[in-house]
Write a protein that binds this ligand. Structure first.
Ligand code: T46
Length: 133
């Protein structure tokens, strides 16, 4: 089973504008403990470059677009997010790098746990050794 997948979120379309909602445990496979967002990302910047021991997340391009490079230690894929009704689910032990942010883009993140520095693996070789056992 893959460490990542696109989740097609519910869409309520309306002449007044569209609405998407997310219920923890229903649309995504975890309860939401934290929400944060990346914004005002300068052109050419990249974020991430780490994995998490336990954390699961859902990444959404709430506005604009960006690319997410995902890696399970054996397989690497680049996923472009550009629609606010698609979420990219990342399981624990998934390496991620984010780049190619469009001007004004916002990366909205729902997370299964509070911020815990000890949950990060920041060295790729250590991540890969742990991931492939
Ligand atoms: C991920 C990508 C998409 C906090 O104090 N609380 C938080 O909830 C977060 C996420 C960060 N921070 C502090 C820790 C650092 O001093 O904010 C600073 C920047 O964090 P970081 O370098 O981890 O940011 P990104 O954008 O490289 O990575 C973050 C998440 O850490 C990561 O899990 O998937 O956003």
């Amino acid at each position: 089973m893959s460490n990542w997948r696109i989740i097609d979120l519910p869409r309520i379309t309306d002449q007044r504008g569209n609405l998407t909602f997310i219920e923890g445990g229903r649309h995504i496979p975890f309860s939401v403990a934290r929400v944060y967002y990346l914004y005002d990302v300068p052109g050419g910047a990249s974020r991430g470059g780490h994995a998490h021991l336990q954390l699961e997340q859902l990444l959404i391009a709430a506005t604009g677009s960006f690319d997410v490079i995902v890696d399970d230690g054996q397989r690497r894929e680049t996923i472009s997010l550009r629609r606010s009704y698609y979420g990219l689910y990342l399981s624990n032990m998934t390496w991620r790098e984010l780049d190619n942010f469009s001007s004004g883009s916002v990366c909205l993140v729902l997370a299964s746990r509070p911020y815990e520095e000890e949950d990060y693996i920041r060295d790729y070789a250590s991540f890969q050794a742990k991931a492939i056992g």
